[in-house]
Design a protein around this ligand. Structure first.
Ligand SMILES: [Zn+2]
Length: 665
């Protein structure tokens, strides 16, 4: 029986291991880049970056005035520490961006946004509304009630949220928190909640408010494909890149990700419909449900007393993602545009200030309406023109290559591609309606990358011939093509360092030219891994204890199903009862036809083995607060039946690691 204990703990640990922390933010320690030496900007990159600025008004100071407006104070040294003494965030890391002129290695449009995201600390938005900005990827908003405060979106980590709240208290006086509101289910909007309130505060009456379905989405949105998302997020966020003008400079949506564990406290009240109102400590709020746009569950908040509108994350001064590069389910651009239009109708003529969960606010009724109209039309145009072109027979790559925003939008700083891009958003719209297949049977069943690359390179006369030609194109600044063709050489001959270095050099120039922070990061991480491999991968930081406790048993079973190696399970039939005595939950887990399914609400009398334990015990084991062996010895877990079957199931589970190859086979 002792052996089966080890088996189960391993199984449970596998579940925990399959769950990297993910959402808008991914957590991992920043280390030095895996290696390689960044080069200077080429003459082509310098030229491209100059041309990129055409039609844009660099003399306009409005955004800089708005980003600094109402500044009260910031941290003296800019460093925010976690409880264990490690650095969660350092505003000082980005001091190199104080220089106004863009370095030749950064797109000037992205550089301008990076400099706007540089203003950090406590800001007054309007009477009784304050924001903490650039202590995190996201903002924290503090609304002053009659005698208490309401915190909207406590950022990504307890450390950054706590530092923000302390700064507010120093400047505005200590007041208890009456309520925390989450605008949506992405981690950078709730992960820091325990830096602001505790479970005990909630038991004592502090309210936690979110839109319907918040808790399940917050936990589940990134569980199924979590490990792959985590690896891809390393590219998108560039968290292992150094911070300098040849590496990571900004995320566009905000300065950078803090590093630390995420927390969550479940809502005590859910908002279900647009128009619902709530008054907390004398502050009146009207909610608009915008779920299924930027996040699966999301709401905006209007404050009639202050003529202020919190647009959550549906209207930030940038092109947002219809599909994030780290990977997620595609978002609905049409619905997004409709929700912004509804906000204009509901609040446009009674709003003097608009603020959001990222970047800086905007003041003045006319400016706000124009901003919202242009944000609306940005998503509507992207949606409709993609559908027009796909209905005319164009494929995703062709649409991305030809589509341009109308001048009225493209000339606006707040419609630029700092985070999402028009190019990848049109591919997202295509994917939403038509999926992966472009309709050309030549692309229906292609050879996989390695096999196809060997053929291509062979047909082209071998790697030396391809490299020689690609070098000429590199010298002409044709970096997109060089990356494309050298990718074939690298996949055919991964040990050819000359090919890898040439592809890296081309990716690097594309990174220097990118208007989008995530595009820049992706190219620069790709370049680094081509030059020197993955290097020492930091240990992935796993899902925080709060998130594991929040997982339902069906989520745990789904993860076990994903870990199951189908071919190894060929011909096996195993049935396991799960009897959770504290929650009263009962499940039958069934392995059959290499697929793991479950039935809830009963136990099977034909089960091979029955596990009886408390959900609370399972949580403690999953988060590492105790061990299975201890709980088993203390008789908090019982196992009845065939340990052999349990061992067998255990032997069929894969383990995931977010360190698989991307730019090499
Ligand atoms: Zn966000």
């Amino acid at each position: 029986m002792k052996r089966s204990g080890t088996v189960l703990v391993t199984l449970l640990l596998l579940i925990a291991m399959a769950l990297p922390v993910l959402s808008a933010c991914e957590k991992a320690p920043v280390t030095t880049a895996p290696g390689g030496t960044p080069t200077a900007a080429s003459e082509w990159t310098i030229k491209a970056n100059q041309e990129a600025t055409m039609g844009l008004d660099f003399s306009s100071e409005q955004d800089f005035a708005d980003a600094q407006r109402g500044f009260i104070a910031t941290l003296p040294d800019g460093v925010i520490k976690n409880d264990d003494g490690s650095t969660a965030f350092s505003t000082a890391d980005f001091d190199f961006e104080k220089q106004e002129e863009a370095p030749s290695t950064v797109n000037p449009i992205l550089w301008r946004q990076a400099r706007l995201n540089l203003y950090n600390g406590l800001f007054k938005v309007t009477d009784r509304i304050y924001q903490i900005r650039s202590f995190d990827l996201s903002n924290m908003t503090i609304v002053e009630g009659d005698s208490k405060i309401i915190v909207i979106d406590p950022m990504s980590t307890p450390a950054t949220a706590r530092a923000g709240l302390d700064l507010y208290y120093q400047q505005r006086g200590q007041k208890p928190v009456a309520a925390v509101i989450y605008t949506h289910s992405h981690l950078d909007h709730f992960g820091g909640v325990k830096g602001v309130i505790s479970e005990e505060d909630v038991a004592n009456g502090v309210q936690v408010i979110a839109s319907e379905g918040f808790f399940d989405y917050a936990i589940s949105e990134n569980v199924m494909a979590g490990t792959a998302m985590s690896r891809r997020a390393q590219y998108m966020y560039g968290m292992y890149l150094p911070r300098n003008d040849r590496a990571m400079v900004d995320e566009g949506l905000g300065k950078a990700e803090p590093i630390g564990p995420a927390t969550i406290i479940a809502p005590t009240k859910e908002i279900k419909t647009t128009g619902e109102t709530l008054t907390i400590d004398g502050v009146e709020m009207v909610f608009q449900i915008v779920s299924g746009t930027e996040a699966p569950t999301e709401m905006t908040i209007y404050f009639p007393q202050f003529r202020a509108f919190d647009s959550a994350e549906i209207a930030c001064p940038l092109v947002h993602n219809l599909l994030t590069l780290r990977g997620a389910q595609v978002r609905d651009a049409n619905k997004w545009a409709n929700c912004i239009n509804e906000a204009i109708e509901l609040y446009g003529d009674k709003t003097d200030v608009l603020f959001a969960q990222h970047n800086w606010p905007r003041w003045g009724k006319e400016q706000i309406i124009t901003f919202l109209e242009q944000q609306r039309d940005l998503y509507k145009y992207t949606h409709d023109q993609t559908l027009r072109l796909l209905n005319e027979g164009y494929t995703p790559v062709e649409i991305a290559e030809t589509i341009k925003l109308p001048e009225s939008l493209a000339s606006q700083w707040y419609c630029r591609n700092y985070y999402g891009t028009l190019k990848h958003n049109v591919e997202a719209v295509y994917q939403k309606y038509l999926g992966f297949y472009d309709g050309n049977p030549a692309n229906l069943d292609p050879l996989p990358p390695v096999e196809a690359s060997k053929k291509y390179v062979d047909y082209m006369g071998g790697p030396e011939a391809v490299i020689a030609m690609a070098k000429k194109d590199f010298d002409k600044g044709e970096y997109r093509w060089v990356v494309q063709v050298m990718n074939n050489v690298v996949f055919a001959y991964p040990d050819n360092q000359e090919a890898r270095d040439l592809e890296a050099a081309a990716m690097e120039q594309l990174g220097y030219q990118a208007e989008s922070g995530p595009w820049r990061n992706s190219y620069l991480v790709g370049a680094s891994e081509l030059r020197s491999g993955l290097g020492q991968q930091p240990d992935a930081i796993r899902t925080g204890a709060d998130m594991i406790k929040g997982m339902t048993m069906p989520m745990c079973f789904d993860i076990m199903g994903i870990l199951l190696n189908g071919p190894k399970a060929e011909g096996k039939h195993i049935v396991i009862n799960w009897d959770l005595t504290d929650t009263g939950e009962k499940y039958v887990l069934n392995l059959q036809n290499s697929a793991l399914t479950y039935t809830s609400g009963k136990l099977s009398d034909k089960a091979d083995v029955t596990l009886t334990l408390k959900r609370a015990t399972l949580n403690s084991v999953l988060i590492g607060a105790t061990t299975f062996q201890k709980e088993y010895a203390a008789k908090n877990i019982t196992i009845d039946g065939s340990t052999v079957k349990l061992l067998e199931l255990m032997g069929m589970m894969d383990s995931f690691s977010p360190s698989f190859n991307i730019v090499t086979p």
